[in-house]
Write a protein that binds this ligand. Structure first.
Ligand SMILES: Nc1ncnc2c1ncn2[C@@H]1O[C@H](COP(=O)(O)OP(=O)(O)OP(=O)(O)O)[C@@H](O)[C@H]1O
Length: 346
């Protein structure tokens, strides 16, 4: 407890996302938001660059430089790279003399092994104290929902690799679920459609651009075409191709239905008095996927509940973990420290 008020203690919240990593430093706000990519020198195992700088470096770099994306579906897939990435980015965000207390969001239902991996990575990266909390709860706090009140609040965090749905009341989680489905699942569905319907392969950047500029959760009023260069699967040559917005809508619809099914089930299981509050207050969408055209309209139509997109939806989780770690005594029900997670091992 003594360290709690120490001027040398820095409270830090990290959103270790499948697509992007964001860091929130108490008193400074969000100080870093970059793709979760680390460039490493394969000969020495040393990190060379992080985020966009890493992506740029690859274009000019020699053979021994490799790009690593260590997060998969919101959890650590490559532990060694994750702790090096955390250490590297923390060194860019804070002075090393400070005592770091770090909170990271983890998907609902993350196993103790997965939570321990996050904690170990933070300790290895230099944290003196490490905590985890559910991503959905962090999103609700970050989106400024009134989760302290004795009323129901619902958030759907549509990330890249995961969707986290949570119902909160009285600073606690009533129900929550994490799906291994996110905005990257739309990319996968589009890639498969292009291959099967048009025998064309497209790179990830092209598919991302296609999804953002023409993708929609509801049937678009204007059926515009998206033109792109792809590689013919028949002869391997580059060729111009196009896809209509209505096709993207149909392709993405299957993934959206899985998300809707989970949200509907959670609402059905919610105690009626809290469900009534949610009908009144609405569901809040966070995460980059909340920006999908028509996402709020579709969810509202299908669930019969008002839906709002949070301001800066992709920043909600990092703002939430940052806020909770800075006021941890107020949010104890939402946080798990090493003492609880490690004890359960035995
Ligand atoms: N307009 C848009 N339409 C659809 N998807 C979008 C749009 N804008 C951003 N996205 C998607 O949002 C995702 C990134 O969101 P976010 O940063 O919240 O994810 P993350 O935190 O990295 O992932 P996760 O929480 O699953 O670990 C990307 O997959 C991106 O394609």
């Amino acid at each position: 407890m003594a360290g709690y008020f120490s001027p040398l203690t820095k409270n830090i919240g990290i959103d270790l996302g499948t697509c992007s990593t964001r860091v929130f430093v108490e008193g400074r706000g969000i100080v870093l938001a970059e793709p979760s990519v680390l460039a490493m020198d394969e000969r020495t195992g040393e990190p060379l660059a992080f985020g966009q700088a890493a992506e740029k470096l690859l274009a000019t770099a020699e053979e021994h430089v490799k790009l690593h994306r260590p997060l998969h579906n919101g959890v650590i897939a490559d532990y060694n790279v994750t702790y090096k990435m955390l250490g590297y980015l923390l060194s860019k965000c804070v002075r090393s003399v400070q005592r770091l207390r770090i909170m990271v969001g983890v998907p609902a239902g993350a196993s103790n092994v997965e939570k321990r991996a996050v904690m170990e990575a933070m300790y290895q990266a230099g944290a003196k104290e490490a905590f985890v909390m559910e991503t959905g709860a962090a999103a609700a706090v970050g989106a400024q929902l009134s989760v302290a009140e004795p009323a129901g609040n619902m958030v759907m965090d549509l990330g890249g690799g995961t969707t986290n749905i949570a119902i909160l009341s009285l600073r606690g989680i009533v129900l929550s679920q994490s799906l291994h489905i996110g905005s990257l699942s739309f990319n996968q569905a589009i890639r498969e459609y292009l291959q099967e319907r048009y025998a064309i392969g497209a790179d990830e950047m092209t598919i991302e651009e296609m999804k953002i500029s023409c993708g929609a959760a509801v049937l678009p009023l204007e059926d515009k075409n998206f033109y792109f260069m792809g590689r013919s699967l028949a002869n391997g040559l580059q060729q111009e191709a196009s896809i209509r917005a209505s096709e993207l809508y149909a392709v993405m619809g299957r993934t959206l239905q899985k998300i809707l099914l989970a949200a509907r089930r959670i609402l059905q299981e919610t105690p009626p008095e809290l469900a009534a509050d949610i009908m009144d207050r609405g569901i809040y969408l966070t995460g980059g996927g909340a920006r999908l055209t028509g996402a709020a309209t579709l969810i509202s139509q299908e669930l019969g509940v008002p839906v709002r997109v949070a301001d800066n939806p992709e920043s909600a989780v990092v703002c939430g973990v940052g806020k909770v770690i800075a006021e941890r005594n107020r949010w104890e029900a939402l946080t798990e420290g090493a003492d609880r997670i490690y004890k359960r091992r035995f």
